[in-house]
Design a protein around this ligand. Structure first.
Ligand SMILES: [Zn+2]
Length: 385
């Protein structure tokens, strides 16, 4: 193989190019670092080691030495916010806004920071006004996110729908579940104002936004049942089986009430039986047990509990079996009641709905977590621990 001698000439050339590039970078870096006060690096160091008080001190010093640097101000402001010292953040950003030499772009950037301060401080009106005034594409998405949070907190559902729809379009992240709940909230409001017509329309919108919105069918059924249209109510609730069957336990008492109003309790009980066989939900068994006890007596209820207990051992079902047996066997009533008390004691108050997002423990089902405001984050069935 013939060796190409000109390569030998090319090699030093490459080396010198690399050396030059490194030197240029180094020079730039040095220029930048001397422009930043030493206090800035001290502050960074405190941040890394989680000494936030000292970091604030160092950054404040850096800001004083370098009053023109917006980035330094923003760093200090966000540190104030994170530490809960929102007053100081607001003061800092308001002072910046008073500077005459700010360019329009910089003014928007400072306003965006100030809006975040107001949001954190709970000054929602001011935050809302400022976020809405941010007329710049770069801030549109974060502003919309903040605005959406404000609208939900202030229960301004029409505005929430608009903001979420635009956010969905800009970010590509779906907001279907949330939008459907905003419509459901509107429907609840309309229903409270006896405006059934609007409520019905809003529930349709909810289902258009998310065809799997269980809550829309729950509310639609409520609406019909309240107007004594029990057959229509039943068909609305029955649709939940094809959306998310795990929610059937939630509407089982409602279903049964409407069947009772139609004098068709036995059909209702048979339907719940079918649901129980198919989906094995504890809450369904509870409703069915109480109804069977009331409608068909203790023998039937005991049979139901016994059959379920054979399929799956559970303290809850054992409790039901004992309850029914105490009624049937009057002679052993006292023993059975003692056994039941022991079981109840063992079960205790251990069932709850836990939020998937924040772990909040709720006694009842909520569509929106009371702690973190996430939608549908609580499970359909309570968890036993
Ligand atoms: Zn939560």
């Amino acid at each position: 193989m013939e060796f190409e001698f000109w390569w030998l000439l090319a090699l030093p050339l490459f080396f010198s190019l690399g050396w030059l590039a490194a030197r240029v970078d180094l020079k730039q870096l040095l220029a930048e670092s001397t422009a930043l006060p030493a206090a800035y690096f001290k502050g960074l160091n405190f941040l890394i080691t989680n000494q936030h008080d000292k970091a604030i001190e160092a950054f404040s010093e850096a800001v004083q030495a370098n009053t023109d640097s917006l980035e330094l101000h923003f760093a200090l402001g966000s540190l104030f916010r994170r530490r809960g010292e929102v007053d100081r953040a607001i003061h800092l950003h308001l002072n910046l806004l008073q500077k005459k030499e700010l360019e329009p772009q910089q003014r928007i950037a400072v306003s965006a920071e100030l809006a975040q301060d107001y949001l954190k401080a709970g000054l929602l009106d001011r935050a809302e006004e400022l976020f809405e005034s941010l007329d710049d594409d770069r801030y549109r998405q974060p502003a919309l996110r903040a605005l959406l949070e404000i609208y939900v907190r202030e229960r301004e559902w029409e505005r929430a729908v608009k903001a979420a729809t635009e956010l969905e379009r800009l970010s590509g992240v779906p907001f279907r579940i949330e939008i459907a709940h905003y419509y459901c909230e509107m429907a609840v409001k309309s229903q409270l104002a006896n405006d059934t017509h609007s409520a019905r329309f809003e529930l349709e919108q909810a289902l258009n936004a998310n065809k799997n919105c269980v809550r829309a069918n729950v509310l639609l059924g409520d609406l019909e049942a309240e107007a004594n249209a029990h057959s229509a109510a039943i068909s609305a609730w029955k649709r939940i089986e094809f959306q998310k069957p795990e929610y059937l336990g939630l509407i089982a008492p409602k279903l049964l009430n409407s069947y009772r109003a139609l004098n068709q309790t036995h059909i209702g009980l048979a339907l719940l039986q079918t649901y129980l066989q198919t989906y094995q939900l504890t809450s369904l068994l509870n409703v069915l047990f109480e109804a069977t006890l009331a409608e068909e007596g203790a023998e039937s209820a005991a049979k139901l509990a016994r059959n379920e207990l054979i399929k799956k051992p559970s303290l809850n079902t054992l409790d039901q079996l004992l309850q029914a047996r105490a009624i049937v066997e009057v002679s052993h009533e006292q023993d059975t009641q003692l056994m039941q008390q022991a079981v109840r004691h063992a079960i205790g108050n251990r069932t709850a709905y836990y939020c998937e997002h924040c772990g909040f423990k709720a006694k009842y089902h909520h569509w929106q977590c009371p702690a973190c405001n996430a939608w549908e984050a609580l499970p359909a069935e309570p968890t036993t621990i």
